[in-house]
Design a binder for this molecule. Structure first.
Ligand SMILES: *Cc1c(COP(=O)(O)O)cnc(C)c1O
Length: 386
């Protein structure tokens, strides 16, 4: 058995962030300023987006994105139940109602036909979540959005570096289409905490620029720097959602490593897929189609609990006894008290999400993981599920 505990996720931050951070400290500019503008530019180049707007989290980004479309009280936004709470909290805090629909049990992504069935005269937007980094069926979703005049906000918290049919997630997709990324330490890159909104919609971008700084028409960098002027107006109230230059300095360094991080994730996943193929009580994620690039934020097989004779939670506990950390993404949101009450959904409402929710487990996966670490995981699983 391995001696030290292997966590399910761990960020890799290289030492080259230190001079970047030192520069910010020496300049005396710690809040959003030149480093953040540089980070946004790096991000624009990487994704091909016209606007890349940094935020202090993806939660803030999702909230600002929904609000930037003028969505609020009396409106409905359709999303998946198989996501993190932030996706629906962002909807709820604009005053709109989240409408949760079922997923494809294989891909764990929202099913376009379920979106279409849930559309009412109040529906204003769709939030697809690229689960684990596997892009959703965007052609079908964009077609539905066009037909019903709906906005799209891609929750790409898992999908930095992923591509759909040759285009990067985050690339320009026209008006009323926004994509939100997360830089929480478990995600494909980290800034400590942080997020980014990509869009080519100028009106949304302008709304977000103000929303993230208390509604002010100009940020501190444009007011207090040598070229700035101090006056500003407030057209609508906003919140404080800007990030810091200290975080952005880390982000600039992380973006240099993103592709190699994702390559390592892919190698580790290939190893898991090969070595775990003969474990009959584990249901592996589907093989990635050729026209998609998966960013492998998490590797999430399902425990076939009937065959295994143990629950997912027991499986996780037994791996922990063997010093293997795991995660659990996610409990279907409609099974939480708060969202069940809000949506009127309960156990039985969304069978695929519930099936996945009961069986899914996230195995250790992060760029600094060694081949030996991955072998330890496989060995422990084979002991537990023999
Ligand atoms: C992590 C995550 C978020 C929230 O990201 P933060 O940066 O932590 O706010 C939103 N949606 C999904 C699907 C996530 O995994």
């Amino acid at each position: 058995m391995r001696k030290d505990f292997l966590p399910f996720a761990k960020p890799s931050v290289s030492e080259d962030v230190l001079p970047e951070i030192a520069e910010s400290i020496k300049q005396g500019w710690l809040a959003m300023g030149p480093k953040t503008i540089e980070f946004e530019n790096v991000f624009k180049n990487y994704t091909g987006a016209t606007y890349a707007l940094s935020m202090n989290s993806a939660t803030a980004g999702l909230h600002a994105a929904v609000a930037s479309l003028g969505i609020g009280e009396g409106d409905e936004v359709i999303t998946t139940s198989m996501t993190f709470a932030a996706t629906v909290n962002a909807i709820i805090f604009t005053g709109a109602k989240p409408v949760l629909v079922d997923i494809d049990a294989k891909t764990r992504n929202i099913l376009p036909e379920n979106i279409e069935k849930a559309i009412t005269s109040k529906t204003k937007a769709i939030i697809p979540v690229h689960f684990a980094g596997l892009p959703c069926q965007m052609d079908e979703i964009e077609e539905i959005a066009k037909k019903h005049n709906l906005a799209i906000i891609e929750d790409a918290a898992h999908a930095l570096g992923a591509s759909y049919k040759g285009r990067k997630i985050g690339a320009n997709r026209g008006a009323k289409h926004l994509t939100v990324f997360s830089f929480h330490p478990t995600k494909n890159i980290t800034t400590g905490e942080g997020g980014m909104i990509c869009t080519e919609d100028e009106e949304c971008a302008e709304n977000i620029l103000m929303f993230r700084q208390n509604g002010m028409s100009k940020g501190a960098w444009n007011r207090y720097s040598a070229k700035g002027s101090a006056s500003y107006d407030i057209l609508h109230p906003g919140l404080k959602y800007t990030t810091t230059d200290l975080s952005s300095a880390i982000g600039i360094s992380q973006m240099r490593q993103l592709d190699s991080f994702n390559e390592r994730r892919k190698q580790l996943v290939a190893f898991y897929m090969k070595e775990l193929a003969d474990v009959s009580s584990l249901i592996l994620p589907p093989v990635v189609p050729n026209d998609l690039v998966h960013s492998w934020h998490i590797f999430t097989p399902l425990v076939d609990i009937e065959k295994a004779g143990i629950s997912r939670d027991e499986f996780m506990a037994k791996l922990k006894e063997r010093n293997i950390g795991t995660g659990y993404h996610y409990q279907a949101l409609h099974l939480f008290s708060c969202y069940g009450q809000l949506t009127g959904l309960s156990k039985g409402s969304l069978p695929n999400a519930e099936y996945v929710s009961e069986r899914i487990v996230s195995l250790p996966l992060f760029p600094a993981m060694t081949d030996e670490d991955a072998k330890d995981v496989v060995q422990a699983i084979k002991e537990v599920l023999k």
